[in-house]
Design a protein around this ligand. Structure first.
Ligand SMILES: CC(C)(COP(=O)(O)OP(=O)(O)OC[C@H]1O[C@@H](n2cnc3c(N)ncnc32)[C@H](O)[C@@H]1OP(=O)(O)O)[C@@H](O)C(=O)NCCC(=O)NCCS
Length: 171
């Protein structure tokens, strides 16, 4: 595995394939484990939050959703090291809200050993390209307040903070 910033051609992005459910589930589990560690009252441990294979296939078939992977070229062959999942939300005009087409990043994750090499930024740029190609007016995502690493990535990738969610535990 590389231990430096990614150089040209070392990592490429492409659509996820139908035979990649196992690596998809493993990357989702990395993100779930992190979230469960910080907000266990909201997010289940990874072993109780496994994605359904049918949902994975449905996502691959759905033109309003995008699931792309980052692939590292190694001597042993290509290895999937990250993913980004994004969906298109078309909102009609409401009482106060303008009509809007929004692309929402649902999940971005890079496997732990490959972080801080620029892959997260590549994945976000890919979602932005997809959003533009699908005529979205904006690219949005939600992020937990604990996730300072993700917040830095989003700031560097050009996101502004739009709103905050306040909560208090009542149990
Ligand atoms: C968030 C995540 C996707 C970032 O991926 P990454 O490939 O490591 O990100 P990049 O290398 O492209 O980093 C881009 C910028 O983010 C910031 N950043 C990334 N990792 C950081 C860290 N550990 N500490 C501080 N800043 C960090 C830096 O500003 C970095 O730019 P720089 O290296 O030029 O300073 C990755 O940490 C991850 O998978 N985390 C677990 C899952 C998760 O939290 N996903 C987001 C919520 S769903």
């Amino acid at each position: 595995m590389a231990t430096h910033k990614i150089s040209d051609g070392e990592v490429f992005l492409r659509n996820a394939r139908g035979d990649e459910f196992a690596v998809y589930a493993s990357l989702v589990a990395e993100a779930d484990a992190l979230h469960h560690g910080h907000v266990p009252s909201l997010i289940k441990p990874a072993d109780r939050a496994q994605p359904a294979e049918s949902d994975f296939f449905a996502t691959l078939r759905d033109p309003t959703r995008m699931l792309d992977v980052a692939v590292l070229e190694t001597e042993a062959g290509p290895v999937v090291v990250g993913l980004i999942q994004t969906s298109l939300i078309i909102r009609d005009e409401g009482r106060a809200h303008e009509a809007n087409t929004v692309a929402r990043v649902e999940l971005v994750v890079v496997t732990e050993t490959m972080r801080r090499r620029g892959i997260g930024r590549m994945l976000i740029a890919r979602a932005k390209q997809w959003a533009l190609a699908n005529r979205a007016n904006s690219l949005i995502l939600d992020s937990y307040a604990f996730n300072i690493v993700a917040a830095r990535l989003y700031q560097k990738a050009g996101f502004d903070l739009l709103k905050k969610t306040y909560t208090q535990d009542l149990r």
